[in-house]
Design a protein around this ligand. Structure first.
Ligand code: ADP
Ligand code: MG
Length: 597
């Protein structure tokens, strides 16, 4: 009999483990920075080159390691943080698997320099692709300095799967922020290709949150302090006015570890019920302290999901606690949870669920069609004329179907508006129904696409360049997009990486609009996880068109409706809005007849 079962070589086992723990450069940053925190450092510096492909270096002033430990730390299951299985349930430190260093060193070149308090010399250890290369004395300050080079050099498949540098760096920022947000008393610095991305001095929690997530939060944070026997929750939650669509500033931390938790997120949102519009969400930074024996952190290798023994109770505590916090701060009426008081709340009552447009901004003379009429529709191109003529055939002999009391003026269609939302008109084959917003969105979108192309390379210089109020993540995304946004007329100065200055804008938009459009572009980029899949021109045209298109609720006169229909059909793509939603429905006579059977 031959034996076929063999033990896997250590290096291979580590590589396989690395597949789970080390998915991308950001995972290395997370593991190394967490180790530095565990080592008691009060200053941690992260140096990145080429989004971590070339170099990830983490330097701390923590306790350091002895010569022997420095070598041992690379062994699998080597950890100073766990001694018996009981400890598994009681860990307060970040690490505990003893896997990170073994995994990282199996898929990269790692250089470790470390020294402990009072050491004459430190020690340097080098590993490459899981193999020990050397250990030698070195002069190095107290603390630890890890340099991880050529990540995944020996795992080409992994290397290939890495996304664009901008995406990978976004992930690094995300991990960095999570750690920085849990340790305000540690000074953190992050450099990318020698540029400072973050420089965070020791601070109070609130100062740290603002430094990480943006100055505009300064006015918007309400302190939270919920103290119960099963969990203590502190931190900050946003005032309702800070709620935004696609809010990404929402953080839960459990015993100082970042946690993803859609269930508890819902509890927070419920606390804001009727205070914010349902498609928005507030920012929040909530820190849970909980007995580690009542949670299970070991459910996922990257450890952002956590199971709770008392999840249901905690849900209710969050909802009630945040609601009470809001009411104490005079942003929500004090309420009694299970009754119908909601109806008397002065915020969003049933009838004004769609907030009205602020009156003072409303210009009664503004005609959304005017610009289209002048610059575009009045002067149809031959192709547009052709499109229009084709569609006008739709109207031929409409009178045989629908006879209105008023005789039709030559060339004018019978049109009515329904619910200030739909435009309905009889056509040859039946009834045509147009969604006014989607139709206008289509018209403006096509118009802007043309304008963008016609104005390529022209920039309207701003007399007073304007500092953009962006958080660091958004600034760095905008930096990645600088060439693309320049190609559509946005000239930005990144001398100060953390607050870009707007120097020029496309000639056909105004300054106030410019900032909003840039934010739209950034949001879009975030949604696509850092890769612009749609072209930048497309995003710009959509953003401008969406902003200006007439919305439902706007009354239109006959002339406006006529203009809208003509312009819509002149685009040659009347059926759908730019985001693919139906703009025109034809109800055939046969369908109508069937209803009368
Ligand atoms: P874990 O963090 O799960 O214990 P790691 O592989 O991340 O496992 O680290 C192994 C061990 O190496 C740690 O338990 C710790 O003793 C030591 N170590 C790692 N990084 C540092 C550091 N920056 N400073 C001091 N010791 C460290
Ligand atoms: Mg660790």
């Amino acid at each position: 009999m031959t034996e076929i079962i063999k033990l896997m070589p250590e290096a291979l086992a580590n590589q396989i483990a690395a597949g789970e723990v080390i998915q991308r450069p950001a995972s290395v940053v997370k593991e190394l920075v967490e180790n530095s925190v565990d080592a008691g450092a009060d200053k941690i510096t992260v140096n990145i080159k080429d989004a971590g492909r070339t170099l990830i270096q983490v330097i701390d002033n923590g306790c350091g390691m002895s010569e022997r430990d420095a070598l041992k730390s690379f062994e699998r299951h080597a950890t100073s943080k766990i001694y018996k299985t009981d400890d598994l349930f009681c860990i307060y430190t970040k690490g505990f698997r003893g896997e990170a260093l073994a995994s990282i060193s199996s898929v990269a070149e790692v250089e470790l320099k470390t020294a402990q308090e009072g050491d004459q010399t430190g020690t340097q250890v080098i590993f490459s692709g899981g193999e020990f290369i050397s250990q030698s004395p070195v002069s190095t300050p107290k603390g630890t300095n890890f340099a991880v080079k050529s990540l995944f050099f020996n795992v080409p498949a992994r290397r290939k799967f890495l996304k664009a540098d901008s995406t990978e760096f976004q992930h690094i920022i995300t991990e960095f922020q999570r750690v920085a947000l849990t340790h305000p008393m540690i000074e953190f610095c992050l450099y990318h290709n020698s540029q400072t991305v973050y420089s965070l001095p020791k601070a109070s929690l609130k100062q740290r949150i603002i430094a990480v997530c943006g100055k505009n939060l300064n006015q918007d944070l309400i302190p939270v302090d919920i103290d119960t026997s099963i969990v203590k929750i502190t931190g900050f939650t946003g005032k309702p006015q800070a709620a935004k669509k696609r809010n990404d500033k929402q953080y839960f931390f459990v015993n100082n570890r970042y946690m993803k938790n859609p269930y508890f997120n819902k509890a927070v949102l419920l606390a804001y019920d009727k205070l914010i519009s349902p498609d928005t969400a507030p920012p929040y930074f909530l820190y849970f302290e909980i007995d580690p024996r009542t949670i299970d952190v070991n459910v996922h290798p990257t450890k952002t999901e956590i199971n709770f023994e008392n999840a249901g109770d905690i849900f209710k505590l969050i909802q009630a606690g945040i609601r009470e916090t809001l009411s104490k701060n005079d942003v929500a009426p004090a309420i009694d949870f299970d009754n119908a008081l909601a109806a008397s709340m002065p915020y969003f009552s049933k009838s004004d669920e769609i907030p009205e447009m602020p009156r003072e901004n409303f210009n009664p003379y503004y005609n959304p069609f005017e610009s289209t009429r002048q610059s575009y529709a009045a002067d149809y191109s031959p192709r547009e004329k052709n499109n229009l003529e084709n569609w006008q055939k739709l109207y031929q002999s409409q009178d045989t179907f629908f006879s209105a009391d008023k005789p039709t003026v030559e060339g004018e269609k019978k049109i009515i508006q329904v619910k200030e939302k739909y435009i309905v008109s009889p056509i040859k084959s039946g009834l045509m129904i147009i969604d006014q917003y989607r139709a206008h969105y289509r018209i403006l979108y096509n118009k802007y696409l043309l304008q963008i192309d016609n104005n390529a390379d022209s920039i309207q210089k701003l007399l007073y360049p304007e500092k953009l109020l962006l958080d660091t993540l958004s600034s760095s995304m905008l930096y990645d997009l600088r060439d693309e946004v320049l190609s559509i007329g946005f000239d930005l100065d990144f001398t100060d990486m953390t607050s870009p200055v707007l120097k020029g804008i496309p000639p056909y938009i105004d300054k106030n609009e410019a900032e909003e459009v840039l934010n739209d572009i950034i949001d879009n980029y975030k949604e696509e996880h850092g890769s612009i899949q749609t072209s930048i021109k497309d995003i710009l045209a959509k953003s401008l068109a969406r902003r200006q298109a007439i919305k439902a609720g706007r009354q239109l006169n006959a002339q406006e409706m006529n203009g809208l229909i003509d312009d819509l059909f002149a685009t040659g793509e009347p059926n759908y809005s730019p985001d693919g939603k139906t703009a025109v429905v034809i109800l055939p006579v046969e369908e109508i007849e069937k209803k009368f059977l």
